[in-house]
Design a protein around this ligand. Sequence first.
Ligand code: FE2
Ligand code: FE2
Length: 147
Amino acid sequence: MLIDWNDRLVLGDARIDQEHQDLVTFINRFFDALTNGAPRDEVCGAAFTLAEQVTQHFNSEVYLMEALHYGARAAHQREHKALMGELGGFLRRVGQEDDRELLKVAVFIKDWFTTHVTTADAQFVGFLQDEVSHEDASEEISLAEMC
Ligand SMILES: [Fe+2]
Ligand SMILES: [Fe+2]
């Protein structure tokens, strides 16, 4: 196991936390396949599945950011695109690289993920929570106006 799911990674939005927890599982599966001496096609399969899951998760965050006109969405998306660029290059080489190189990639993904979740994603979840509390407040006002 490369990453432990821990409180530092819990941001307080149930859906985003669940998706992050799933990504931790896929990062660990890739790492475990690599370090347990699994056949190369299994390692490649784990890498491709991880990249697919990352893409889906990024799409769901970006969808929310666009829908809510999140101010820092361009900078946030730049971080996502930087990782996708790295992953794309990595997937093209994954069949040929030796285990040492693949381990470096796994550690790079882990570091990228933990940094991004605890900074950019934490900021976005803070924004989401503010949005929800404002919505609650405006619902209270409109209910009060109706009575
Ligand atoms: Fe995220
Ligand atoms: Fe993100």
